[in-house]
Design a protein around this ligand. Structure first.
Ligand SMILES: Cc1cc2nc3c(=O)[nH]c(=O)nc-3n(C[C@H](O)[C@H](O)[C@H](O)COP(=O)(O)O)c2cc1C
Length: 351
């Protein structure tokens, strides 16, 4: 694929993701999947709440961050710069989009490097696909002086792309493990919006990855985006597990890797709900993009301040002074999640 076609594809992803969110195709899965048990006597003050948590050897002041989207095209670099500035001012972590394009065309690396220049102290995730070599993983991390690496797995998306664009072979586990064992910074394996199953958690438990991002269904849907790009007639819109379903799967699989939740996160209640379902960190991509493009960078900055403020109130409501207290919080699954649990609870997973 030529540089121009690759850049153009990144821009199409941006504009179609925006269209997807503008048309309201997203479903807020996290907050609607549970009901909090009333706790009107929490015996706690908002001043006692501390939202920070330690993960990957780093103290995250807030449990949410800006998830991977772009870089490598003019439009993508501009968006990344705006996001990097907001991440720096809000003290939020941030992931860049896939650096494949800059590994192939090193002259495009500068656009990614600027993310670090605009956010020198921040926690930044590098990002590559699961087929890349250890050498490329090292280059991607070096490009940004990244604190961690995300390896995305996007089988559903690759298969709905044309033969000339999409991968057709998916022997990834050994490669992922090799990178995780040797890279020297934490490696997170992330889905991009189709969610994860018990089998996947068991597979990943046998690797050296430091964390798993369940990338649940309900937000940005790359099966839809690729269809809109005219890549396919194959409809995978209904394929996958939502964020809450994926986190239930993690529990059923007795997953013991730290979890990150993405997938239609668009409110402070979504963040709390994802943490109650077992995620440590929570991230958001499509919604962040839609606020940035529709309302501007100041509005996005204000949104993050609002989420922090609301999350302190929500922790107070459930009686949690800190992240570890969330495991004591009572809540009830909604009907469809109860049904899901019934269907999935006795699965025998043989690898
Ligand atoms: C425009 C756009 C581009 C994306 N590009 C990447 C990418 O390059 N690498 C990656 O790991 N994920 C990528 N993603 C996936 C997101 O990181 C995230 O997993 C997915 O969008 C689900 O989260 P959401 O519902 O909050 O959008 C992209 C998402 C969007 C919206």
């Amino acid at each position: 694929m030529s540089k121009e076609i690759h850049s153009h594809r990144k821009d199409e992803h941006l504009s179609l993701a925006l269209k997807y969110w503008k048309e309201g195709r997203n479903h807020s899965e996290f907050s609607s999947a549970l009901r909090l048990v009333p706790n009107g006597l929490p015996e706690i003050s908002t001043e006692e709440v501390d939202l920070s948590l330690t993960l990957f050897g780093h103290q995250f002041e807030f449990p949410f961050y800006i998830e991977a989207m772009t870089g490598g095209s003019k439009m993508g670099n501009r968006i990344n710069l705006e996001l990097a500035e907001i991440a720096a001012s809000q003290k939020l972590a941030m992931a860049v989009g896939s650096q494949s394009i800059a590994l192939k065309y090193p002259e495009l690396a500068e656009g990614f490097r600027q993310v670090r220049q605009h956010n020198p102290q921040g926690f930044i995730f590098a990002n590559i696909g699961a087929g890349h070599s250890l050498e490329n993983a090292q280059k991607a991390v070096e490009m940004l002086s990244a604190d961690a690496l995300e390896i995305h797995i996007n089988t559903g998306q690759e298969l709905v792309m044309k033969d000339s664009e999409g991968d057709r072979s998916f022997y990834w586990l050994e490669n992922i493990n090799g990178i995780a064992e040797n890279l020297g910074v934490p490696v997170v394996v992330k889905e991009v919006g189709f969610g994860m199953s018990q089998k996947m958690f068991k597979q990943l438990s046998q690797t050296a990855v430091a964390g798993i991002n369940i990338g649940g269904k309900g937000g940005t849907n790359f099966a839809w985006i690729e269809r809109e790009r005219g890549q396919t007639t194959l409809n995978l819109d209904h394929y996958g597990f939502t964020g809450p379903e994926s986190l239930v799967e993690a529990r059923l699989a007795k997953n013991n890797k730290p979890l990150i939740a993405t997938g239609a996160v668009s409110s402070s209640m979504d963040i709390l709900a994802a943490q109650l379902f077992g995620a440590s960190l929570v991230s958001s991509a499509g919604y962040v993009l839609s606020v940035l493009k529709d309302e501007g960078s100041q509005a996005l900055d204000e949104l993050f301040s609002q989420w922090k403020d609301e999350l302190v109130k929500l922790y107070t409501l459930v009686g949690a002074r800190q992240f570890n207290d969330l495991s004591q919080v009572e809540f009830i699954y909604n009907q469809s999640l109860r049904h899901f649990l019934e269907e999935r609870k006795d699965k025998q997973i043989i690898l």
